[in-house]
Design a protein around this ligand. Structure first.
Ligand SMILES: [Zn+2]
Length: 475
């Protein structure tokens, strides 16, 4: 066994602090010594919490973004075009992190009439391409700016990464996430790469190498493959089957989020799925005793999604989740309150979306109402949606604590719990507390999340990350 001493240990069951932590050789937290050889580890006055979990992330997508060209941070048209020109080759170029700023296919056509150019929008719901790329998918577009289904079509024509690359994406992602104190992620990846089988093969192979808890949502477009092949997978405790993922509406950045009040004249945003399609998916999911996880941004989308989930309730022990839930009014809060729907919230969106919010004339009553959700006992966890946002939980917790709108800021205990404990409710495994019987998944920080003032909060550093009693990251 190991005994960690001289640290501040937050169990997160309540605000009580423990002065030491005993861990068995099997990596489980003990209530008393188990009489095996005891290794004493001095934590040197540092701060220990249950390790972080990101409740909505794209693990493979994040690993890919760490490996791919990106224009994240470039805001000027001429800088972005220069970046593309500098990295161009004869075949194709795929660049991520593009914040749409007036680039059209003509600008890209000027750069190349041989190579296909793909600029993936930073919200991952759009793509700006040149004529070579349009020709590959036989699509006509005046400006080359593609959204939602058209963007997916273009994405499908980008040359695919090899199997070893998929595996490397996961290695890179897990390694980086360990350095942020994250030991698990609830991820949506199975539709976007080389098909369900190859993607699952990569997750399975890497689960034998790296002890990272991947809870995998099953995108509705690969649900049939999943049902056919799932027997071969999900054998490792590090890979868990999640709910059926679907998109109810689009995004704010693309003005495709479905709102109750119009963006302009009579345009309200879009529904990605029609009633018939969504009914079919929900029926299938329920038949298979699966929960669902639905992407919802706009308040109208939230209203309609709640009513769908009421019409097709999950079976016993299943918890449906709504991802994002950015806008609400009193009636949605009321309707959520009475149901056991779990929300996946991204605190970093509060700031990223600030500029975009300007074009909504008539705002819903609540914008990212995390405190209102909390007050009404609506369950939620915090997350990054990486690669959309930086997955560093310190940034997420900061944005949840120190909002401009103080009425919707969380208290420290709730914010920390929402990044360490809450998401475990959706897992069949135990986790999220530093309590006897729980796996010793820990993050050790140089400063105290409960007391560090706002000015220095974002500088808090992870010193080590532990999975089941073993260090997986150390500075
Ligand atoms: Zn996402």
């Amino acid at each position: 066994m190991k005994t960690l001493i001289n640290g501040t240990f937050y169990s997160m069951k309540d605000t009580e602090i423990k002065s030491k932590l005993m861990i068995s050789d099997q990596g489980v937290i003990l209530s008393k010594s188990d009489n095996t050889k005891n290794e004493i580890i001095d934590m040197k006055g540092k701060f220990v919490y249950p390790a972080f979990i990101d409740s909505h992330i794209h693990l493979m997508g994040y690993g890919q973004s760490l490996s791919r060209l990106t224009v994240k941070g470039l805001n000027k048209k001429k800088d972005i075009l220069k970046f593309v020109a500098d990295n161009l080759n004869n075949d194709f170029i795929y660049v991520e992190g593009y914040k749409p700023c007036d680039i059209s296919k003509n600008d890209l056509n000027e750069l190349s009439s041989i190579a296909a150019i793909y600029l993936r929008h930073e919200d991952y719901h759009g793509m700006t391409v040149n004529d070579v790329a349009l020709d590959k998918i036989n699509l006509i577009s005046n400006n080359g700016i593609l959204l939602e289904d058209e963007a997916s079509l273009a994405l499908a024509s980008v040359p695919r990464p090899k199997q070893e690359e998929l595996e490397n994406f996961l290695r890179k992602a897990y390694k980086k996430l360990f350095s942020y104190g994250i030991v698990g992620g609830h991820s949506d990846d199975l539709f976007y790469f080389n098909g369900y089988k190859n993607t699952m093969d990569a997750f399975t192979k890497i689960s034998c190498e790296i002890p990272f808890y991947a809870h995998l949502l099953i995108h509705n477009k690969v649900l049939n493959d999943h049902l056919k092949l799932k027997e071969n997978y999900f054998k490792s405790k590090y890979i868990e089957e999640g709910g059926v993922k679907m998109f109810y509406d689009g995004t704010l950045g693309s003005k495709t989020a479905l709102m109750k009040k119009p963006y302009y004249s009579d345009y309200y945003g879009i529904r990605i799925l029609n009633r018939e399609q969504i009914t079919k998916i929900l029926n299938k999911a329920r038949e298979e005793r699966m929960s669902v996880a639905i992407h919802v941004i706009g308040d109208k989308a939230l209203e309609e999604t709640i009513s769908f989930l009421q019409e097709f309730p999950p079976g016993q022990d299943n918890i449906d989740r709504i991802i994002h839930a950015c806008f609400a009014n009193d009636e949605e809060i009321h309707n959520l309150k009475s149901k056991s729907i779990f929300l996946d919230i991204q605190p970093q969106f509060f700031n990223s979306d600030k500029k975009i919010l300007n074009f909504i004339k008539d705002m819903p009553k609540y914008i990212y109402p995390i405190k209102t959700f909390d007050k009404n006992n609506i369950d939620f966890a915090l997350s990054s949606d990486a690669p959309v946002e930086d997955p560093n939980p310190i940034f997420g917790i900061y944005d949840a604590l120190f909002r401009e709108n103080k009425d919707e800021s969380l208290d420290r205990f709730t914010a920390i719990k929402s990044y360490t404990t809450s998401a475990w409710k959706l897992s069949k495994l135990l986790g999220g507390y530093l309590e006897p019987g729980y796996p010793a998944n820990l993050v050790v920080l140089n400063r105290d999340l409960f007391h560090e003032p706002k000015e220095n909060f974002r500088k808090i550093k992870v010193l080590s990350t532990w999975v089941e009693g073993n260090k997986v990251y150390t500075t």
